[in-house]
Write a protein that binds this ligand. Structure first.
Ligand code: PHE
Ligand code: ZN
Length: 890
């Protein structure tokens, strides 16, 4: 490998507090796309009792490190020997105890394709500083435990940059003439101390949807959602989500907004979903823009969730921030938990929970079982950008949720109140958070904290023993935490297992656990490797319903037989477990069927019991109390990713055959019922205006599921085309197109070109167009993708576009990506090498599927490892990519 030095590993154990603080920051930007000048005036003081030089972070931008224009200390140019400048640091060897450092620096935003620091997107200028982007703007103590008060002055040509925004409240805006040129000058002041990762600037030609909000204590807030003028008609849902979030945080967490304005800006070049910069959230357009004809239900839900997430960061992240980046889950896990609860409260709680768990299982469990597994609070990293993971976010949220489960809502709320009150304005740790939960509950959380320090998904096994003579059911729970890289031995976790016992009619029975009355639902606390819980006072053998609501992020293995699963599918009053029972029935059938396919036998037909259960569930859609959304989830046949994870190696082609066969068999056996349910749902949908409301979303999802089943019938194409014809929103259009895309019929090409002609000018629509083709299961899908990278509308530089094609293939089309030839792997490696040259963060994310090579058969493993090595061997390989590749090859 051609690199100067092995990138350095940063360790939590080596954390030391800063030796200088930066009290005040005054930044002045002379903004231009090609050439921007930044003056930074920093009021710096030494932390009493400390020694040594001041080392400020400062990364070279795309133009190299030669952009320091001037430097003064208290207004005076210091001697050459007083300071030194390297590629990553500016060092003042013996600075005064309290002084003002002023630097001026030149930046080239248009050359910045990493989208970190200051960059150009379209005709505008935007910043992204989390985690370590601020050092690409100016020299600074770029660490979250240095918090300062900022005043920002922006100067720009008003014709090109009429809108000038920064954090906090606006102070003034004037138009001047400067050296013969018109200049707009805007000044912003943020009264709240913040770490530099929350700094932001926007200079662009945008228009705002404006609204207002009055907080619970009567403060008036101006709300703006800033987009390109032509996108204004796609901002209503975003604004609505923002207002809902603000109200919800007041009622559910007692958190109020704290500035006079809240600005939310959409940008089309963005590495992630969105960013919670204080008072100036910057969003990927994907999580802002929506109209019924452009966005699906999933898109609408995504916007609601992400707007909530960023808004909630104002307290969980901004007012109380992280001491260091090992604490990332302090803000991310907690804020994901908060946005999940928000979506559950404004939508359907059960549906939301099931979707969360699907996401956790399909993305986080594989991460936790692979070469990049890490604890919710990692011990070390090479590149922090690699740690914005599903483990930090989603598993972190599960850990917070377990806190709620153990404490109950009232005590948990006392804990969060204490946390916000005690640590307002501070940079703290996950231990500080847990300490608040411990204090308000009087409980010992030391074992619980292993959720933060031990990686790996625990397996919990349960078995039950019935003693008819005594009337007792003994539930034996045991746990095993697997070894993960760097953590060979594990200690038992505290696993909250929410449990009920179901009687013959499905009703919950009163519980006496180990002799103590416990209501009709109990949180069993599994703290040892194996533990027994004795339920007494029973007259008949009950059916246990355990891990209700998915009360812990574990893999559960039960001794449920088919009869128990069928019973729970029909009767369990915990919606999560009811749906889970149906999924387990499907899975068991599919795994048996895959085994057949693997020995060249025909896939299995569904059993009579499976058919009957499906029919019963489906028929209930016709009743007045039906919940179509839950039915759609219960009846969705597990995907290839889920199946692959349950096989010794991820044999997606056998899984695909088994799955297709099952769906076709169900569709064939139940055709009249499918048509009946379709007609029933259509009465409430067709001819009505689109609403993003839980009942309609549920109806659409069930109807689309049934259309997908019928698409597997002989007249399937006609069914899909008819559905496309009646589609009243992008939800239905996209569902129909996805089905057509997996076919080879001429109607497919026709539909794709119509879509292209209609939506050519809309970037997010073109992303859909590429993604539809990248996720097709048709045999030539890989060739399609290889051809599409040359399409005139394709570019690797825009992260959304690259994701829509390259990542969509590698992460959402396992069947075609893992083609036996290995061509998919070579293709991905080529793209990653190309992207790494300008955007390391995106390159590192995209290569993840290759790191999971152990889940493939030996011939595929060989190609995947070879391609990982080829990615590593690229001259100039980034440390982002270096870290992931070396960990996965270790
Ligand atoms: N902090 C952002 C979020 O979760 C994510 C993000 C990280 C965005 C790094 C950009 C860069 O809300
Ligand atoms: Zn976040």
């Amino acid at each position: 490998m051609l690199r100067d030095a092995t990138p350095k590993t940063i360790r939590l154990a080596e954390y030391t507090p800063p030796t200088f603080t930066i009290e005040r920051v005054a930044l002045t930007f002379d903004l231009d796309v090609e050439r921007t000048e930044v003056e930074a005036e920093l009021l710096i003081s030494r932390v009493p009792g400390t020694q040594g030089p001041l080392v400020l972070n400062g990364d070279a931008d795309a133009e190299g490190s030669g952009q320091l224009l001037s430097l003064t200390i208290d207004g005076v140019v210091p001697a050459q020997t007083a300071w030194s400048l390297g590629g990553e640091a500016l060092t003042l060897h013996a600075p005064p105890d309290r002084f003002t450092l002023t630097t001026r620096r030149r930046l080239s935003p248009s050359k910045n394709k990493a989208f970190e620091g200051l960059y150009a997107s379209g005709s505008g200028l935007f910043t992204q500083c989390e985690a370590e982007g601020f050092r690409r703007i100016t020299w600074f103590l770029d660490r979250p435990d240095v918090m300062s008060i900022y005043t920002v002055t922006l100067r720009a040509d008003p014709a090109r940059f009429p809108v000038l925004l920064s954090n906090g409240n606006p102070v003034s805006q004037t138009d001047e003439v400067h050296e013969g040129k018109p200049r707009r000058v805007a000044v912003w002041h943020d009264p709240h101390k913040k770490p530099c990762y929350l700094f932001a600037v926007v200079a662009a030609d945008l228009k705002a949807r404006h609204d207002t909000f009055t907080t619970q204590s009567g403060q008036h807030v101006d709300l703006n959602v800033w987009v390109r003028p032509q996108d204004l008609d796609q901002t209503a849902h975003c604004m609505d989500s923002l207002k809902k979030s603000m109200r919800w945080d007041e009622t559910r967490f007692g958190r109020e907004y704290d500035l006079k304005v809240f600005n939310l800006v959409a940008v089309s070049d963005f590495n992630m979903g969105a960013m919670e910069n204080k008072g100036l959230n910057i969003f990927n357009t994907k999580f802002v823009l929506a109209r019924p004809d452009t966005a699906t239900d999933v898109d609408f839900a995504g916007i609601e969730g992400v707007v909530g997430h960023e808004y909630f960061h104002n307290w969980s992240g901004n007012r109380v921030t992280c001491r260091d980046w090992f604490q990332l889950s302090l803000k991310e896990g907690f804020t994901v938990f908060r946005d999940q609860e928000f979506s559950a409260d404004v939508g359907s709680r059960a549906v939301k929970r099931i979707e969360e768990v699907r996401r956790l299982r399909s993305l986080q469990f594989p991460e936790d079982g692979g070469p990049t597994a890490h604890p919710v609070r990692p011990d070390s990293y090479v590149e922090i950008s690699n740690f914005y993971t599903v483990t930090i976010y989603e598993k972190g949220a599960e850990v917070v949720r377990m806190g709620l489960t153990l404490l109950g809502p009232e005590v948990f709320r006392k804990g969060t109140d204490l946390y916000f009150a005690r640590h307002d304005g501070q940079a703290v740790t996950t231990d500080d958070f847990v300490a608040c939960l411990a204090e308000v509950s009087g409980r010992d959380f030391s074992q619980f904290k292993r959720w933060y320090t031990q990686a790996g998904t625990p397996t919990v096994s349960s078995s039950s023993e019935w003693d008819a003579a005594k009337g007792t059911l003994t539930l034996t729970l045991s746990q095993k935490v697997p070894a993960t890289p760097g953590q060979p031995e594990k200690l038992p976790m505290l696993v909250p297992v929410t449990t009920a016992l179901l009687g013959p009619s499905g009703a919950r029975l009163p519980l006496v656990v180990d002799g103590v009355q416990r209501g009709d639902e109990v949180v069993l606390e599994l703290t040892q490797a194996t533990q027994r819980f004795v339920f007494s006072g029973l007259t008949q053998r009950p059916v246990p319903s355990i891990l209700r609501g998915f009360s812990a992020p574990v893999l559960l293995e039960t001794d449920d037989d088919e009869a128990a699963l069928l019973f729970r599918l029909a009767h369990d009053d915990d919606a999560f477990n009811r749906v889970e029972a149906g999924q387990e029935l499907f899975l068991r059938h599919l795994l048996a069927s895959v085994a057949q396919v693997q020995v060249n036998e025909a896939p299995l037909a569904p059993s009579k019991a499976l058919l009957d259960a499906t029919q019963t569930a489906l028929s209930s859609a016709l009743t007045p109390t039906a919940d179509p959304a839950l039915l759609a989830l219960a009846l969705s046949v597990p995907g290839l990713d889920v199946l692959g994870d349950r096989l010794p190696w991820a044999d997606y082609s056998s899984a695909f055959l088994a799955r297709e066969h099952l769906i076709a068999a169900l569709a064939q056996a139940l055709t009249p019922l499918l048509e009946q349910v379709d007609a029933h749902l259509s009465k409430s949908l067709d001819g009505k205006p689109y609403r993003f409301a839980p009942d309609d979303v549920g109806r659409r999802s069930l109807r689309n599921l049934l259309v997908a089943w019928r698409a597997r019938l002989d007249d399937g194409e006609a069914v899909v085309l008819e559905h496309l014809g009646r589609a009243g929103s992008m939800t239905d259009t996209q569902a129909a197109l996805a089905l057509l895309c997996s076919s080879t019929s001429p109607a497919r090409d026709q539909a794709l070109s119509t879509f292209y002609a209609t939506w050519k000018a809309e970037a997010l629509m073109m992303d859909k167009w590429f993604a539809l083709q990248a996720t097709s299961t048709r045999p030539q899908a890989l060739d399609d993708v290889m051809a599409l990278v040359k399409h005139e509308a394709f570019t690797l530089e825009n992260p959304n576009r690259a994701r829509s094609l390259v990542a969509a293939l590698a992460m959402s089309n396992p069947l075609r990506f893992h083609e036996a030839s290995g061509r998919g792997y070579v293709f991905l490696a080529d793209q990653v090498r190309a992207i790494d040259a300008f955007n390391p963060q995106i390159a590192a994310r995209f290569l993840t599927p290759l790191t999971r090579w152990k889940r493939q058969d030996p011939p595929r493993q060989a190609v995947m490892k070879r391609e990982l090595q080829r990615i590593l061997d690229r001259e100039g390989c980034s440390k982002d990519v270096y870290e992931l590749v070396t960990k996965s090859l270790a």
